[in-house]
Design a binder for this molecule. Structure first.
Ligand SMILES: [Mg+2]
Length: 283
């Protein structure tokens, strides 16, 4: 069986993400200095119609060993309330999470949400609607494979969403978990074949989903709905790269953490993310 080390695999994934962009320009993001932040804040204040895309896990909130427990804290609700109160500003939480969890956390708040990477959308507290028509037949084939990896990898578990499967391994021994993830990736590649599905490598999670669903596509659709003159997207992992690449060059894209990225800027951690977003609530 062909073996990949994680670096090769990650690079291949990045390359496959978008071939049309100049990779020579890629991977260079600028640290969000106070000067840049001020200039972004200035653009924000001057703009007439704003659109914000905010990833949740690893961006607005830190990681938790049990994803169900990474629930929003009061400070975060206050921040999101303040952002949503801004005039001429459309805020979307955009996440790979399932709609049940986000529905529970955010539906009563009437925040706009896109979940499962773009399968479902909810606006203004209304029930989730499908944004993308997707097929799920492949799940019956892939799930037993993931189950065998759970059996062989103590601490790992499967998260089953409506149209995707995720194998979480953040509670496993780190080296062992990474090794198993590489193996799983190889197995999945051989199984997927011609099915229109893809494997996303997140932070200690591998997610298998339909290829035509991603955050970039969803964000682009939202963008096309109105004439926005300030577009902002922030996120921390591979799945956010679709947004960074597919949004127009004028968009302000921010990566959380120091990994390679197509975003223009980066910030260190979730605390910085919150500080940054707070600047948008001062008008
Ligand atoms: Mg994230």
């Amino acid at each position: 069986m062909e073996r990949y080390n994680v670096e090769v695999w990650a690079n291949e994934f990045m390359n496959a993400l978008q071939e049309k962009k100049d990779l020579g320009k890629a991977f260079i993001s600028e640290k969000m200095s106070s000067g840049i932040l001020s200039s972004i804040e200035n653009d924000y204040q001057k703009s007439k119609k704003r659109l914000l895309f905010l990833d949740y896990d690893g961006t607005l909130a830190g990681f938790h060993k049990d994803p169900q427990k990474a629930s929003p804290d009061e400070e975060l609700y206050d921040l999101l309330d303040a952002l949503n109160k801004q005039e001429n500003t459309t805020v979307f939480l955009i996440s790979g999470r399932d709609k049940q969890t986000f529905g529970r956390w955010f539906l009563p708040k009437k925040y706009n949400m896109i979940v499962e990477h773009g399968v479902w959308i909810s606006r203004n507290g209304n029930e989730f609607k499908m944004l993308e028509q997707v097929k799920g037949e492949w799940m019956g084939k892939i799930k037993p494979v993931l189950e065998s990896f759970v059996d062989r990898t103590p601490g790992s578990f499967i998260e089953e969403k409506n149209y995707s499967l995720a194998w979480h391994y953040r509670n496993t021994d780190p080296d062992f978990g990474d090794k198993r993830a590489t193996e799983l990736n190889t197995v999945l590649r051989s199984l997927i074949g011609n099915d229109d599905i893809s494997v996303l490598n997140g932070n200690k999670v591998m997610e298998i989903k339909n290829s035509n669903v991603n955050k970039g596509r969803a964000a682009t659709r939202m963008l096309s709905e109105d004439d926005y003159d300030f577009v902002f997207a922030i996120g921390d992992d591979w799945t956010d790269e679709f947004m960074f690449q597919e949004l127009p060059d004028s968009a302000i894209t921010v990566k959380v953490g120091l990994k390679k990225t197509h975003a223009k800027y980066h910030v260190e951690n979730t605390a910085r993310v919150r500080q940054l977003l707070k600047r948008f609530t001062k008008s």
